[in-house]
Ligand binder design. Sequence first.
Ligand SMILES: [Zn+2]
Length: 337
Amino acid sequence: MFNKFQHKKFSGSTTMAEVEQAMGSLGGIYLGADSAGATGTAPAAIETKPAAEKVLTVETIAARVRQGKIRKVAVLSGAGLSTAAGIPDFRSPGSGLYSQMEKFKLPFPEAVFSLEYFMEDPKPFYTIAQSMLKQYLPTKAHYFIRLLQDKGILLRNFTQNVDNLEIDAGVKPELLVQAHGTIATSHCASCHAEVDHRLMIEHVKKGEPLMCTKCKNPCKPDIIMFGESLPVQFSQELDTMKQADLVIIIGTSLKVFPFSALIGMAGPTVPRIVVDRVVPDKIADSKEKRDVLMLGDAEDSATKLAAMFGLEKEFNKLLLEREALQKKYAELAKKEK
Ligand SMILES: [Zn+2]
């Protein structure tokens, strides 16, 4: 019943044509469950850079940023960007959100994010949403994205995260594409009437589904569930990726289509810095020369990148802003108690 998720395999260098074809066949862009990732080896990137820059490293890329040769950075981010904020990762067994779902005896764990299941029984979602709707502090890595924006070199941040922490860190809405929606606003899941988000938060805290006053169906935060199409903004912004002269991929395993297809949309020689604890399969399999790995903690890597880009001072200023936000949240939490 719930196995309607779309699966589509893509190589590391997905072309727009491939994506458009796939999207056409989906009749709109839908959120897919984990695809198997890349298969086979993508063709090597055409090398057109001068000899001195042939060996691509984080250092040589950073030098190009410092020299003003890189001006349009696309950041693709996922759960790993927010783990330092304390937001549980959906996929980790034990600590992940799915493991909290055992008591509900779902047909399969992902059903909690299926629209069809939600319409029948919204209770499991309202339980899981309790940990999603808490007040979290944006991570240093979020402020690194803000730093790129402040320097005028952030082309776009495409994010799979629904936590809205990019906005909290000061990333402008027009530079942010929340591909899987956001928890910051809420609507009726059926008639799409807007609901007061504060009311939603109250209901989530109690674990009691908020029902629409108009059509009596359950309401939900505007996160994209399986079976729902992606925000229009996602398809509208796909072409923007073609302008990128650097792609930074942070904390996403690139397993969810169509988000995963974004990495192939920048030009074939555009360097890609991958910041993660493990190399995403799609990157490992594609073996493209333009991929540079920064393995490890996203917070450390963001701090290192800021320094390598020659923006340490500006970054430290932003971290002071983050501290101020942290104090503000602490005071609000006190008042609530
Ligand atoms: Zn309604």
